[in-house]
Structures are given as C-alpha cells and as structure tokens.
Ligand binder design. Structure first.
Ligand SMILES: [Zn+2]
Length: 333
C-alpha cells in the first residue's frame, strides 16, 4: 500500500502516516457524546499529524454522527424532500410552518431542533402529511409553487396504497439487496409470507396474492413497480419507505433476512420456476393454460398449509435446507 507523507511536528521531518479510526468524547450542549473520527498517525513516532482535508472530514463525520445519535434529519434528507415534492427552499420553509429562511439555514449546516426535524421527517415519509401542510399554508406561497408541489403529492400517494407493514418489508428488502427487479420482489414477498406462517406462526402482511402467469403476484405492489419492467427498481422516491421499517419487529426481520440470504440469491426467473411447482400457485391456476392470465386468489391458508407440509422434508429455519429445496424445485440439480 502506498503511504501518504506529510510533515510531523514531533519528528520535525516529513514522515509517512496511516489513517486510523479513533473515538473522541465531546461535550455538546452539556452532554458528553462519543464520536468516531479519523486520525493521521505518524508511522515513525505514532503521534497524531495534521493531514490535508482531515479536519473537514471530521467536522462532517461528527455532524453526521450527532444527527444520527439524536435522530435528526440530514442535509441530504432536506435536499431529497425538495426534490420529491418539486419545491424550492423558501416555499418549503413556509409550507412546513417555519420561517422563510429556516430551510436555507439548515442547508448551510445549522442543525434543526428535534421538533422541526420531525416535521421534515413526516413530510419525507408521508405525502398525506405534506398535502395537509400545503393546504394549511396555501395562501402564504405562490399559487404556481403550490400547484407544482400538489401534483407531486398526488403522484406520490399512489406508492402508499399498500399496508404499512408491506411498505416496511419492501424497504427492508431494499436495504438488504442492492439489485431487486419487480419479478424478484414478488417472489421474495411470497416466500416471506410463507416462512412467516411457519416460523413465526403468523402472517407477515395482510395483502393477498394472485396466481398470475409468472407466479404469485401482489397486485398493488405490482402496480407500484411496474414501470421498471424487468429492470432493477431504482428511484429516489422509495427513500420515503425507509421510516416504515419501524413496523417490523425482530421476528419479522429474522424471516426477511432468511429469505433474502436464500431465495434472494437466485434470479427472479429461477424463483418463477420454483413457485410454478408449488401447490399454492398450481391449485389457484387449476383449469388455466400456461399463458392464460388469471386473477385467481392464492389464499393465505393455501400458502400456510403448503409451507407447513414442506417442513416435514426440509428444516426451513436453516439456510442450507432452503438452498436444497430451491435447487431441487428449480431443476438446477
Ligand atoms: Zn512523527
């Protein structure tokens, strides 16, 4: 590894250094808080050196960690909010009920209060909340700005037609898997529901799926993501789902992790094959030819009973056994 060099004040000469993480405690508003910062450590004497850019880096890192610790929104969150609702900083400030230049000051680095941060966060996770704020302050902003933002609100409302729990599950999948196509997502949701019935003894979400040509499909979820076709789902608006992970408990997360680590490692097409050999889809498709569309419901009981039966042959709490199951059904071995 090539080492950077700079002047060490202890050694009184140019010396190479390495960047290391250190913890520091700082007193902020009467409270002692610990932050992780980056230090340049002299390779010769082990003393701290001042490397170029390191102060800026640490100012930024401490700010970020402080906001995280206190549950406060970041500057990036505010940029996202403006982009999502197609609104400038001054009108946004007014719409949220702040002073006209408050958002401008936040964008320059001032840390928002918990109260104002929560207002921003609410707007970031709910178009209904934003709509309410827009209507409350309609007379205080230009009509054009109001209309532009309301248009976005009504578009964004369409991605919130599913249950809070379902949004939480999808958001958690996005956090765990980098590249998810709509087809893949549908299959993962179905397996998450199935494994939840068996391992947690309850449904994961209230939605029902239908037996479409390409496997089980949660229709409202399909409509939210259909624009991506066979491509990876990628749009900043889905950042809005992040706050919904609070609807998941540890047992839920355990199931999603298990499915992501197993079924999530195969392609959507492979999982289409596996679902086509499973009773829930087969029974609901009874009487339909291969390419004939159907909206037949796959009942939750049918999913539950199927996965309970599978447990006689495979221990589906073990990743290894799930892989065996997938390989067998998909004809890979
Ligand atoms: Zn030194």
């Amino acid at each position: 590894m090539q080492r950077e060099t700079d002047f060490c004040v202890e050694c009184r000469e140019m010396s190479s250094y390495s960047l290391q993480k250190r913890c520091v405690t700082k007193n902020i508003r009467g409270e002692n808080l610990t932050f992780e910062i980056t230090c340049a450590v002299c390779d010769t004497c082990g003393g701290f050196m001042s490397a170029p850019g390191i102060i800026d880096l640490n100012v930024h890192e401490i700010d970020e960690q402080y906001r995280k610790l206190k549950g406060l929104v970041s500057i990036e969150d505010i940029h996202t909010l403006m982009e999502l609702y197609n609104i400038g900083k001054a009108p946004l400030s007014i719409v949220l009920g702040f002073g006209e230049i408050t958002i401008t000051r936040y964008l320059l680095g001032q840390v928002p209060s918990k109260e104002y941060s929560n207002i921003i966060r609410n707007a970031l996770s709910s178009p209904v909340y934003m709509e309410q704020k827009l209507l409350e302050n309609k007379d205080r902003v230009a009509l054009a700005a109001f209309k532009k933002s309301m248009k976005r609100v009504s578009e964004l409302k369409n991605i919130f037609i599913i249950s809070n729990k379902m949004i939480g599950v999808i958001s958690y999948i996005f956090e765990k898997l980098d590249e998810v196509t709509p087809l893949m997502l549908q299959k993962l949701l179905y397996y998450i529901q199935g494994l939840s019935f068996v391992l947690n003894g309850r449904e994961m979400f209230e939605e029902n799926c239908e037996a479409w040509v390409h496997g089980p499909v949660y229709k409202d979820v399909y409509n939210i993501f259909k624009q991506f076709g066979f491509n990876v789902i990628d749009d900043p608006k889905f950042i809005m789902f992040e706050g919904y992970k609070k609807y998941l408990d540890d047992e839920d997360k355990y199931i999603i992790d298990l499915v992501v680590n197993t079924f999530g490692q195969y392609g959507g097409k492979t999982l289409e094959k596996t679902t086509h050999k499973e009773n829930p889809w087969l029974i609901a498709r009874n009487g339909y030819g291969d390419d004939i569309p159907s909206n037949e419901l796959i009942t939750k009981d049918s999913i539950k009973n199927y996965f309970i039966k599978i447990c006689n042959e495979y221990d589906i709490s073990k990743e290894e056994d799930i892989h065996k199951y997938i390989l067998k059904l998909s004809d890979i071995v």
